[in-house]
Ligand binder design. Structure first.
Ligand SMILES: [Zn+2]
Length: 64
């Protein structure tokens, strides 16, 4: 799968290292810019865009 380049939103650098596949939500990945030492999140648009809208039963699962 082809990934679009990750660009730091603060300094525009392309030198970012991935910290986590999941950030504050399932739709973002956490990156750390190696140039300005800033952490940022990158929205994974285009990878799983067919699953962005979770059905209600997945968002509010009741323990059995
Ligand atoms: Zn940066």
């Amino acid at each position: 799968m082809k990934e679009s380049p990750i660009r730091c939103p603060f300094c525009g650098s392309l030198h970012a290292s991935k910290q986590s596949d999941f950030g504050t939500s399932l739709m973002v990945k956490q990156y750390f810019c190696l140039d300005c030492k800033s952490a940022f999140e990158w929205i994974k648009w285009g990878e799983d865009n067919t699953h962005l809208d979770l059905p209600d039963f997945l968002q509010d699962r009741q323990p059995e």
